[in-house]
Design a binder for this molecule. Structure first.
Ligand SMILES: Cc1ncc(COP(=O)(O)O)c(C=O)c1O
Length: 373
């Protein structure tokens, strides 16, 4: 089978692991610190906090923004982590409809959802295509709301020359196995707010004031003492992930450029098929091409056709507000409720080779000859 996603590793990731395993320090330590420093620099923010997932990043982001009892305007077309994290914090998700082209949150629909209870707006840069951030930021300023960028898909992508994840109050990243920067499981929060940063550093490790590594390196002898200032969680990154992350970060722009090349081949190869809509890229964004999602009416038929011929595909995503757990928050969202039925994710990863892309395109054309003529 040709998979939908696959991490791009070579000898460098293996080599980066050896010294960590030999060092005797595989927990939260110097590599995590280094990865945080380099990641913040790459994204163009002052601070980054390494975590074990983007789910944890979202959980902590809503926590520091005190969304308990407050409403968070959010998108239904996302992985459930985005919205589960609101519920972890006893917040109230208020689902906003999406735009039919990018399936990002529709910034023109947000204002009518703002109430006295609204505390934050969450955007998901779907597939790595930026949301309409000027409109979102203007509303946030006008109504004094926080902005959370779920940048799980957007690592290395840009909005008007700024890296995604550097625009809102916080950016939440995923380094999960299938993401543009993959470490297996991992995440990061980026921010320019020093207070948020300092609080996040404690919250990720049970609320403890100083990490073990900080206490180890600070003095000549190990300082066992610390304070616990609030009840935190246990969701920090560790140095094994960070060592892979450092290598992947170095390669990220090259890997994203390869993703773009593949997207171009797909676009060119599909342009003569009027029954397929290929992804748009608006002038204000530089998409990171986490995925390649086409839209078509006979989505389920093409899905089956490709699966039966050795091509894995995916559907990203079933609208979250239609899941049972989100019933209490249901609002009618005409675009999201119709468009998801057309979405089909084709294989896209840096090591996807030309003959495989050709095979996928030929099969899609064969499907068209059968079902659309
Ligand atoms: C949009 C979005 N947000 C959040 C997450 C959660 O990321 P993680 O698996 O690192 O917790 C994902 C993961 O697929 C995602 O796609």
């Amino acid at each position: 089978m040709i998979p939908v996603f696959k991490p791009a590793y070579d000898h460098e990731e293996y080599e980066a692991l050896k010294p960590v395993l030999e060092s005797g320090w595989i927990g939260l330590g110097p590599r995590t610190e280094e990865f945080e420093k380099q990641f913040a620099k790459y994204i163009g923010v002052q601070y980054a906090v390494g975590l074990n997932s983007c789910t944890a990043a979202l959980h902590l982001a809503y926590h520091v923004m005190s969304v308990e009892g407050r409403e968070v305007i959010t998108t239904p077309i996302t992985f459930v982590s985005t919205n589960h994290a609101i519920l972890y914090n006893d917040g109230v998700p208020v689902f906003c409809d999406v735009t039919p082209d990018t399936v990002n949150i529709n910034a023109d629909e947000i204002e009518k959802l703002i109430s006295k209870k609204t505390g934050a707006i969450t955007v998901v840069h779907y597939g790595g295509h930026a949301c309409d951030m000027d409109k979102v930021l203007a509303l946030a300023k006008q109504y004094n709301l926080k902005v959370i960028e779920d940048t799980a898909h957007g690592c290395g992508g840009e909005y008007k020359g700024k890296k995604l994840g550097s625009i809102g109050d916080v950016g939440c990243f995923s380094f999960h196995a299938v993401k543009n920067l993959a470490v297996g499981e991992g995440g990061m929060i980026t921010t320019n707010d020093k207070d948020i940063y300092e609080r996040l550093r404690k919250l990720r490790w049970l609320g403890i004031s100083k990490g073990t590594w900080q206490r180890e390196k600070a003095g000549k002898k190990y300082d066992w003492q610390y304070d616990v200032e609030e009840v935190g969680f246990k969701c920090h990154m560790h140095d094994i992930s960070a060592a892979i992350g450092l290598v992947q970060l170095k390669k990220l722009d090259r890997l994203n450029a390869r993703r773009r090349e593949i997207a171009d081949v797909y676009r060119e190869g599909l342009k003569d098929l009027p029954w397929i809509e290929t992804p748009v890229e608006h002038a204000y964004t530089r998409c990171s091409f986490h995925n390649y999602v086409i839209k078509l009416e006979k989505r389920d038929d093409l899905n089956l056709f490709l699966q039966e011929r050795g091509i894995s595909t995916g559907v990203h995503y079933y609208p979250n507000h239609l899941y049972g757990v989100y019933k209490p928050y249901y609002r009618k969202l005409p675009v999201a409720e119709s468009i998801w039925k057309k979405l089909l994710t084709l294989p896209l990863y840096p090591d996807l080779m030309q003959p495989d892309i050709r095979k996928i395109l030929d099969l899609i054309h064969e499907f068209g000859d059968k079902f659309y003529k």
